[in-house]
Design a binder for this molecule. Structure first.
Ligand SMILES: [Fe+2]
Ligand SMILES: [Fe+2]
Length: 138
C-alpha cells in the first residue's frame, strides 16, 4: 500500500470538500427567492455534510501519518440565487467524476478501507446532485 500516493489523493479531496463547505455556507447566508425557507435550509444541511466529508478525509490522512491540507478549493458565489444552484450542481457533478476516479486509484493502491470511505462520500454527492437537479427541474 503506497501511503504517500493515497495521502496525495485524500488531500486533493479534502481541498475540494473545504471549498464546497464554505461555498454552501455562503450560499446559505445569501440565497434569496420564493423557496427561501426550504432551499436556504437545504444549502445549510448540505454544507454540514461537506464538513463531515472534510473531517473524515482529514482524519484518514492523519491516520496514514500524513498532514491534512488547510487550503480550501475555489469558492464561487454568483450574484443571482438561481446561479448558486447551477454552480453547485456543476460542482457536485465534477465531484462525482473525481470520486469515481479516486476510488479506482485508491483501489489500485490496495487500500480497501479508504476505498469504502470514498464510496460512502460518493453516495452523498450523488444525493446532493439529485437534490439540486430537482430544485432546477422545470
Ligand atoms: Fe463532499
Ligand atoms: Fe456534495
Amino acid at each position: 500500500m503506497d501511503k504517500k500516493k493515497i495521502i496525495e489523493i485524500l488531500n486533493k479531496a479534502l481541498t475540494e470538500e473545504m471549498g464546497a463547505l464554505i461555498q454552501y455556507m455562503q450560499h446559505h447566508y445569501l440565497y434569496q427567492g420564493p423557496n427561501y425557507v426550504c432551499v436556504g435550509e437545504l444549502l445549510k444541511k448540505i454544507s454540514m455534510v461537506e464538513m463531515d466529508h472534510a473531517y473524515k478525509l482529514g482524519e484518514r490522512i492523519a491516520m496514514l501519518e500524513g498532514i491534512p491540507t488547510t487550503k480550501p478549493g475555489e469558492i464561487k458565489v454568483p450574484k443571482k440565487s438561481i446561479d448558486m444552484l447551477k454552480v453547485n450542481l456543476e460542482d457536485e457533478l465534477a465531484a462525482i467524476e473525481n470520486y469515481r476516479k479516486w476510488i479506482e486509484e485508491v483501489d489500485a493502491l490496495g487500500d480497501p478501507v479508504t476505498r469504502l470511505m470514498l464510496e460512502k462520500i460518493l453516495g452523498d454527492e450523488e444525493e446532493h446532485a439529485h437534490q439540486l437537479e430537482m430544485l432546477l427541474a422545470e
